[in-house]
Write a protein that binds this ligand. Structure first.
Ligand SMILES: C[S@@+](CC[C@H](N)C(=O)[O-])C[C@H]1O[C@@H](n2cnc3c(N)ncnc32)[C@H](O)[C@@H]1O
Length: 335
């Protein structure tokens, strides 16, 4: 025997609008199934407070009822199946799992998620100049190319061919909040374009470069995919290419955390006076911002000065090591 519980009886044509309003106010009872007859739908609710009643009442008439709503079947989580919380990252429809126990975790992911089509496991660290990783196929469709959505943009990504991580999504939004339409942005290590295309969509004039031909191929494809024209895409060494943009950039993005310090001079030169260099590096927890000294030294070397505007941990990287960002405003003598 099912227990009776509270619900709203509303006309079929208003059912979806009212369901959304109930979800928004937190009144919708997700543990029970929606019922219907020819003319009405019955929406299960937890309670109807003043806010929910007012919001629903603004949409259409409703009647409070008590009926037997059948329980919603609970879809098990990977954790329910495995008995532990697996560690994995999802890019598009590909899940990346740890190599140990990969098959068991993959089976749990594939059976609980409709959106995961492929499971792969890294068999190397992020390595080399292009910061790429090798993977082995574990389950589902073979391949490392997928379409990933982030902040309303779509990115074609080849996880083996070019660097990409969704773990910088929040940091990309922070940078976007600092950039104004018409600003000139130089993205020195653009990869497949997650900073560059987001900022171009905000109206900045972006110059994006990368040395990895695979990354550049996807960057071009992603610009087209997102209908972005205000971007110049260049393949090559950022130290060389940035020379053509001296004193131009309002923002210089240096997302090459393991060796950004080697590119500080061209970055400083590319910044206009008042421009900001966004510098990323990997740092030990006991001295997170030690590269501040390198940044100041590089500014001095080109006869400039400046100030740190912001510094923070972007994400944890490894035990006792973090990926940090330092934003440095460059001040140059006006010639
Ligand atoms: C850590 S990835 C960052 C990619 C991108 N900004 C992102 O957030 O996904 C660094 C990128 O720098 C590129 N790279 C490495 N050395 C370079 C150089 N000397 N000049 C230009 N790009 C370089 C790599 O190919 C890689 O795509």
């Amino acid at each position: 025997m099912l227990d009776k519980s509270l619900g709203l009886k509303v006309s079929r044509k208003n059912g979806e609008k009212i369901r959304k309003a109930l979800v928004e106010t937190g009144a919708f009872d997700r543990s029970r199934k929606i019922c219907s007859d020819e003319s009405h739908v019955y929406l299960p609710v937890l309670q109807m407070d003043e806010k929910s009643s007012a919001m629903v009442g603004n949409i259409a008439e409703f009647e409070l009822v008590e009926i037997n709503f059948p329980p919603e079947e609970k879809i098990p989580s990977p954790e329910d199946l495995l008995g532990f919380r697996p560690s994995f990252e999802v890019v598009g429809d590909i899940a990346m799992v740890e190599d140990s126990d990969a098959e068991r975790v993959a089976a749990a992911l594939m059976s609980t998620s409709k959106s995961i089509k492929t499971v792969i496991a890294p068999i190397s660290d992020v390595e080399g100049e292009f910061r790429t990783r090798r993977f082995r196929h574990v389950a589902g469709e073979a391949g490392t190319v997928t379409l990933h959505r982030e902040h309303g943009r779509r990115y074609r990504v080849d996880l083996e061919g070019a660097y990409f991580t969704p773990r910088l999504g929040t940091e990309r939004l922070r940078i976007a909040s600092l950039v104004s339409p018409g600003d000139v942005v130089l993205d020195m290590f653009a990869g497949v374009g997650p900073f560059a295309l987001l900022l171009a969509k905000k109206g900045a004039d972006v110059i994006a470069m990368d040395k990895n031909p695979v990354a550049v191929k996807y960057l071009r494809e992603n610009a087209l995919l997102n209908k972005i024209n205000n971007i110049e895409i260049l393949e090559g060494d950022a130290a060389e290419l940035a020379r053509h943009y001296e004193n131009r950039a309002d923002h210089v993005i240096m997302n090459l955390p393991h060796s950004a310090s080697e590119f500080l001079l061209p970055a400083m030169r590319a910044a206009r006076s008042g421009g900001v260099v966004h510098y990323y590096c990997i740092a030990l927890e006991e001295d997170l911002y030690k590269d501040e000294a390198l940044i100041r030294k590089a500014a001095e070397e080109i006869g400039a000065g400046g100030e740190v505007l912001y510094k923070n941990i972007v994400r944890s990287y490894a035990p006792h090591r973090s990926n940090v960002v330092i934003d440095f405003r460059v001040k140059k003598a006006v010639i």
